[in-house]
Design a protein around this ligand. Structure first.
Ligand code: IPE
Ligand code: IPE
Ligand code: MG
Length: 253
């Protein structure tokens, strides 16, 4: 995972967009519908976003679908959400594959049921060689879980003597957290009006541009995406440097 942008025109389109798809429940409540109707409408908005990102040549898209903390919701809502995930993966897999989309799922699979895990493995295997949009879906995912797991792996290497603690560096953590191998997200979009990360990609978002909108997730359209992309294109990314360094070298290690 590298944090550096290419220079020139290509620098204006984020290579990797991460999205907190929030506001499904409120969307449904506004319509006096059950929250689950909002989640179903949210799937449609996700499909539109995936297609739009593919058309625009975005390299990677990471969607926050279910957080470590979402397990705290009523049992009924949790099971509806996971069931929706299962059915969506089943239904959309072949079309995404035809469109050369590679799908990966990040998060704590130990907490997911066997049927869902099996479906995730099937979709990941089916699309493993696809070179188009790199789609990542975060399910039972939390940034703290992610960093903790990466630390555990490094600690066990220290314990078995294959790694010196002093040799641990940022690159090793980068390689140990989810999304290793993809450029870090350049742009985070959160719908639903809250200005917080809710334990999403804590490590990976260190230098992302953060875009918050009041639009509720099921209402998020291609036009809203374009608004976010236009905003992003106007940002000056300094990576801790000064404007004079904006020749693409800022942020390079
Ligand atoms: C986001 O919508 C979907 C998930 C968190 C799974 P919410 O369900 O959080 O919707 P609000 O925030 O209650 O409106
Ligand atoms: C964040 O939304 C998680 C997802 C969109 C999957 P939440 O609705 O769970 O976040 P909080 O509870 O408002 O922080
Ligand atoms: Mg919410």
């Amino acid at each position: 995972m590298k944090d550096h942008q290419p220079t020139g025109e290509a620098a204006r389109l984020p290579r990797h967009i991460a999205v907190v798809m929030d506001g499904n429940g409120r969307w449904a409540e506004q319509r006096r519908m059950p929250r689950t109707a909002g989640h179903r409408a949210g799937v449609k908005a996700a499909r539109t976003l995936i297609e739009s990102c593919g058309r625009r040549g975005v390299h990677a898209l990471t969607l926050f679908a279910f957080s470590s903390e979402n397990w705290r919701r009523p049992k009924q809502e949790v099971s509806t959400l996971l069931d929706l995930m299962l059915r969506t993966l089943r239904k959309e897999a072949s079309k995404l594959h035809e469109n050369n989309v590679r799908i990966r799922v990040i998060g704590d699979r130990d907490r997911l049921g066997g049927t869902l895990c099996h479906q995730i493995e099937r979709v990941e295997a089916l699309t493993a060689d696809n070179t188009g949009l790199q789609l990542v879906v975060a399910v039972s995912y939390g940034g703290r879980w992610d960093i903790t797991r990466a630390c555990q792996r490094l600690a066990s290497r220290v314990a078995d003597g294959s790694l010196d603690a002093e040799d641990i560096d940022e690159g090793m953590l980068n390689d140990g957290v989810a999304l290793a191998g993809l450029p870090g997200p350049d742009l985070l979009i959160r719908t639903g009006g809250e200005c917080r990360l809710s334990n999403f990609l804590l490590w990976q978002l260190a230098y992302a541009e953060l875009y918050f909108t009041d639009v509720l997730w099921p209402d998020f359209t291609e036009a809203h995406l374009d608004r976010a992309l236009t905003w992003f294109a106007g940002r000056e990314r300094r990576f801790g440097g000064v404007p004079a360094m904006l020749d693409g070298t800022a942020g390079r290690a």
